[in-house]
Design a protein around this ligand. Structure first.
Ligand code: GAR
Length: 192
């Protein structure tokens, strides 16, 4: 079985990236993490990736200012250099242009910390608590030009419990994310 070459794109902590790296150590996993790319040179996740022997790259968005596409062209050449077939956004906090999205049509997925289409955008856990929803969760979806949209691959639901605050709810959602993201990447790598 030829394993698909996946890039994991991060901006920070990278706990979903860790879950993916660990899943990909299984002999029958259909994807290999060929590179981890961060737009932030300080991203914590880079240290773990390096210690796991995964190639890493930094494409800092700051020198590109407001020119999103110039940043993305630099990112794209990094992905091409590593012969990437699947792009996995894991806490990658950049809004993508239609140009970049079109390069990866059907081959780029994102994990978002809510049950889409509820709560696109930021501060999803705080908003879920404020709205009083009883069920919250996370969604893995294909990336389309519309932010936090696109065909859904898998969702995980978690309860919102009495007494939850943003942190306790975020931690419960994150545990669910670590379960569903490796599953979603598996399906996408298998062309399902
Ligand atoms: C995750 O909860 C992910 O769903 C969210 O950022 C967190 C990253 O955590 N993504 C977004 O908000 C994307 N808009 P991690 O760095 O520990 O994987």
């Amino acid at each position: 079985m030829a394993r698909k070459r996946a890039a994991v794109l991060i901006s920070g902590r990278g706990s979903n990236m860790v879950a993916l790296i660990e899943a990909a150590t299984a002999a029958d996993y259909p994807a290999e993490i060929a590179v981890v790319v961060s737009n932030d040179p300080q991203a914590k996740g880079l240290d773990f990736a390096k210690s796991a022997g995964i190639p890493t790259a930094v494409v800092d968005h700051k020198p590109f200012g407001k020119n999103r596409e110039a940043f993305e062209r630099a990112l794209q050449s990094e992905l091409e250099k590593h012969r990437i077939e699947i792009v996995v956004l894991a806490g990658f906090m950049r809004i993508l242009t239609a140009w970049f999205v079109s390069q990866w049509d059907g081959r780029m997925i994102n994990i978002h910390p809510s049950l889409l289409p509820s709560f696109p955008g930021l501060h999803t856990h705080r908003r879920a608590i404020e709205e009083g929803v009883k069920v919250h969760g996370s969604t893995v979806h294909f990336v389309t030009p519309a932010l936090d949209h696109g065909p859904i691959v898998i969702q995980a639901a978690v309860p919102v419990l009495p007494g939850d605050d943003e942190d306790s709810l975020a931690a419960r959602v994150l545990r669910a994310e670590h379960r569903i993201y490796p599953q979603a990447v598996r399906w996408v790598a298998e062309d399902r």
